[in-house]
Design a protein around this ligand. Structure first.
Ligand code: F3S
Length: 642
C-alpha cells in the first residue's frame, strides 16, 4: 500500500513507536524556531537542561511579536534571546526582519524536513513541503537539545483541490472553506494534506496562507507537495539546492477526504468570534467598517501586498476607515519600496507598520469601541485585538483592500480587475539581519535583564490530589483567555510571577487571588480547552498559582501537551454532564492519583456534594512519568541524578 506525503516524512524521521494511527510516536527534528513571546522561556528551559550547543540542523530565534518599547523590559528580552542564541548555536533574526513564519518560508524552510516551533502557526512551513508543527516552548527546547518530538500518529485528510480560482477569490478563501466544512475542532490529531490538480495553480505563498490558517482547525499540521511551483519559489530565493520533489503515492490511503472546486469558490469571511464562523462575503455586503488591517503571518507575502497595491492604486481609503498594512518581512517591504507598490499603498492614505505581528496579537491598532475591523489575519477571538467590544472579521487581502476603499464590506468578485500578479523570478535576498551563532565553545556572556525571572516548576504528583474547584469556564476557552497577551502584558513574558496575576482574568478577574488564597486547586472547563496560541505561559502561570489539574470536556492538542510538560493533570469528564455538577468552591479530591493515571481512569470525588465523577486521562507511559515527576524538567533532572 502506498504512503501519503505525511507518512513518508514521518517514516524518514521516526525514532520511537510505530506508524499506527492514534498511538504516540517520537520523531527527530531537523529545524526549530522560536519567537520572542515564547522564546525567552524556551531558552531558559534549554539552559536548565544544560545543553551547550543545539543538536538540530538549524535553529532560529525570531523577534516579531513585540517591538513596542515603552520600557526596558522588551529590549532586555531581545538582548537575552540574542545572547543566549549566540552562545548555544541558534541563528537570531533581528527585530524588523519579519514575522517568523514568513521569513522561515522565504529563507529557511526545506521540503521534506521536520520543523517544530514555539508558535502555533509553525504549520505555515507546510506550504513548502515541510512537516512543520507548533509546540510549547519546552518541546522546542527538548528538540534543540536533540530529543525527539512526540505526537499522536495522525490521521490524514486529503484535501482535493480541482479547478482554478477566479479573480477576486484567493487562497484565504480556500482555508476559510476548509474551516467552514471542518470547524475549529475538526482537525485534532489530523494532518491536512493538499492534493489534486488545483494544487499546481497555487504558488508557495498562497499555499503558505492555507497551511498557516490550518492551525485554526486544531490540526497537527497541514502540508502541500513539493513540486515545480516549490522549485520555482526556492530558485527565486537563491535556494534551488534545497529543493526535493515530494508527493504522496498514487495509491496512498486517506482517513478522510474534503473536496473543493476552486472554480466555484467565492469570497468568504470568518465572523466574530471564531475562525470557523464562516459566511459568504456576499451575504454581509454593505456592512459599515471602521478599520482594515492587512498583514500577519497569514497574508503579508509579496504577492498579497502586490495585489493590495494593485487594487488600491490611485484611490483613497474611505473617510470612515483607518487602514494599516504590515508587510511580513523586510524582503517584502524592500521589494515593494523598490518597485513603487509601497508608494501606491501610501498614496491611498493607509498607514504602513513595521514588519512584525503588531495588531494580530493586540500590539497596537486596537479597534474603536464597538468597532468593526476587517483583518487578513487568522484569529478573531473576542478581545484579542485589544478591544473587547470590537467585532473582528477575517478575510482575504482582496476583500480587505476593496472594502477599505468603499468604506463597507465589499465583495471583490467581479469588481476588481487585477493585473496578472505573478511570482517574481528573483526575490530580493539579503540575510544580514540574521545573526549567526558564535563558534561552538566560544565564551559568550548572556545578558539577563531584571525582568527575567526563573520559571516555576510543579511538585511531584502526590498520592492524593486535593483542592477546590477554583473556576468553572465554558467551551472553547483559548490560551488568550488563560494567559492574555496584550500590549501591557507582553513585556512580562519572561516574568511568570507578574503574569500569573492576569491568568484567566478575562473569564473571572478574581481567579488568581482565589487560587493563591487556596494554595492552588482545580480548573473546570468545557470542550476544546486551550485552543489557539501555543503559548506555554498558559500552563506556566497555572503552575505558579498551584493548579494541580484541569478537568475538561476535551482539550486542544498543544495546550494539553503543555499542561503535561509542566506537571498539570489534563483530565476529561467521561460523562460531559458531570461538568454541570461542579461549582466554584467545591472541595475536590483524587485518591491514589499516581496509580490511577497509569490506568487511564481516575475518579474525582466532590467532597462538598458527596458525589464522584469518572474521568479519563489519555497519556502515554512517557507522559505518565512526566506527570508523576512534576513535569518534563523535573523528570530530566531526576533521570540525571539517578
Ligand atoms: Fe504573529 Fe499573529 Fe502570526 S501573532 S506569528 S502574525 S498569528
Amino acid at each position: 500500500m502506498g504512503l501519503t506525503l505525511t507518512e513518508k516524512i514521518i517514516r524518514d524521521h521516526l525514532v520511537v513507536g510505530k506508524m499506527e494511527k492514534g498511538t504516540e510516536i517520537g520523531i527527530c527534528i531537523d529545524q526549530t524556531l522560536t519567537q520572542d513571546s515564547t522564546g525567552t522561556m524556551a531558552y531558559m528551559q534549554l539552559e536548565a537542561m544544560e545543553v551547550p550547543w543545539v543538536k538540530t540542523k538549524r535553529s532560529l530565534a525570531y523577534v516579531d511579536h513585540n517591538m513596542l518599547q515603552e520600557g526596558p523590559e522588551n529590549m532586555d528580552d531581545h538582548l537575552y534571546i540574542q545572547t543566549v542564541a549566540k552562545k548555544h548555536g541558534v541563528y537570531f533574526s533581528r527585530p524588523g526582519n519579519g514575522i517568523c513564519h514568513q521569513v522561515e518560508i522565504e529563507r529557511f524552510g526545506v521540503p521534506g524536513q521536520t520543523l517544530v516551533g514555539s508558535d502555533s502557526h509553525t504549520p505555515t512551513g507546510g506550504g513548502i513541503g515541510m512537516l512543520a508543527i507548533g509546540a510549547g516552548g519546552l518541546d522546542v527546547a527538548v528538540a534543540m537539545a536533540g530529543g525527539e518530538y512526540y505526537i499522536t500518529m495522525p490521521r490524514i485528510v486529503r484535501v482535493e483541490l480541482t479547478g482554478k480560482l477566479r479573480g477576486g477569490v484567493s487562497s484565504k478563501d480556500i482555508i476559510l472553506e476548509v474551516l467552514r466544512q471542518c470547524t475549529v475542532k475538526g482537525g485534532v490529531n489530523k494532518v491536512f494534506e493538499y492534493a489534486g490538480p488545483g494544487v499546481l495553480t497555487l504558488t508557495v505563498p498562497e499555499r503558505a496562507t492555507i497551511t498557516n490558517m490550518g492551525a485554526e482547525l486544531g490540526a497537527t499540521t497541514s502540508i502541500f507537495p513539493a513540486d515545480d511551483m516549490t522549485r520555482a519559489f526556492l530558485k527565486a530565493q537563491d535556494r534551488e539546492s534545497d529543493f526535493v520533489a515530494l508527493a504522496a503515492d498514487a495509491d496512498a490511503q486517506y482517513d478522510q477526504v474534503v473536496k473543493i472546486d476552486l472554480s466555484a469558490l467565492e469570497p468568504l469571511v470568518a465572523c466574530p468570534h471564531s475562525p470557523d464562523a464562516v459566511k459568504r462575503v456576499a451575504d454581509l455586503e454593505g456592512m459599515p467598517v471602521n478599520q482594515v488591517c492587512i498583514g500577519s503571518c497569514t497574508n503579508s507575502s509579496y504577492l498579497d501586498l502586490m495585489k493590495v497595491a494593485a487594487i488600491m492604486k490611485g484611490k483613497t481609503v474611505a473617510e470612515n476607515v483607518e487602514m494599516v498594512v504590515a508587510p511580513g518581512s523586510r524582503q517584502v517591504l524592500t521589494m515593494l519600496a523598490e518597485n513603487g507598490a509601497l508608494a501606491d499603498i501610501l498614496g491611498t492614505g493607509a498607514r504602513v507598520l513595521e514588519c512584525g505581528c503588531g495588531p494580530c496579537i493586540g500590539m497596537g491598532q486596537a479597534p474603536c469601541t464597538d468597532g468593526v475591523s476587517l483583518r487578513t489575519f487568522n484569529r478573531n477571538f473576542k478581545g484579542r485585538s485589544g478591544t473587547v467590544s470590537a467585532d473582528i472579521y477575517l478575510l482575504s487581502p482582496e476583500t480587505a483592500a476593496i472594502s477599505a476603499i468603499e468604506g463597507k464590506l465589499t465583495n471583490p468578485l467581479g469588481k476588481v480587475e487585477l493585473p496578472a500578479i505573478v511570482m517574481p523570478e528573483h526575490f530580493k535576498v539579503n540575510d544580514n539581519a540574521v545573526v549567526p551563532p558564535a563558534p561552538e565553545g566560544e565564551d559568550v556572556e548572556i545578558i539577563r535583564g531584571p525582568n527575567i525571572k526563573p520559571f516555576p516548576l510543579a511538585k511531584p504528583l502526590k498520592a492524593t490530589v486535593e483542592g477546590k474547584a477554583l473556576i468553572v469556564v465554558e467551551d472553547n476557552i483559548t490560551t488568550d483567555h488563560i494567559m492574555p497577551s496584550n500590549a501591557k502584558l507582553l513585556p512580562f513574558r519572561s516574568n511568570i510571577p507578574y503574569l500569573a496575576d492576569y491568568c484567566l482574568t478575562p473569564c473571572d478577574p478574581d481567579f488568581p487571588q482565589r487560587a493563591k488564597d487556596n494554595g492552588g486547586g482545580f480548573i473546570i472547563a468545557g470542550s476544546n480547552y486551550g485552543q489557539g496560541s501555543s503559548r506555554e505561559h498558559a500552563a506556566l502561570a497555572p503552575v505558579y498559582l498551584g493548579i494541580k489539574g484541569v478537568v475538561a470536556k476535551s482539550f486542544a492538542r498543544i495546550h494539553k501537551n503543555n499542561l503535561i510538560n509542566n506537571g498539570i493533570l489534563p483530565l476529561v469528564f467521561e460523562d460531559p454532564a458531570d461538568y454541570d455538577r461542579i461549582a466554584v468552591g467545591d472541595d475536590l479530591k483524587i485518591d491514589d492519583a499516581v496509580d490511577a493515571i497509569g490506568t487511564g481512569r481516575v475518579t474525582l470525588t466532590n467532597v462538598t456534594k458527596n458525589e464522584s465523577y469518572p474521568l479519563s486521562i489519555e497519556i502515554s507511559e512517557r507522559q505518565r512519568e512526566m506527570l508523576v515527576a512534576g513535569g518534563l524538567i523535573n523528570r530530566m533532572k531526576a533521570r540525571k541524578d539517578a
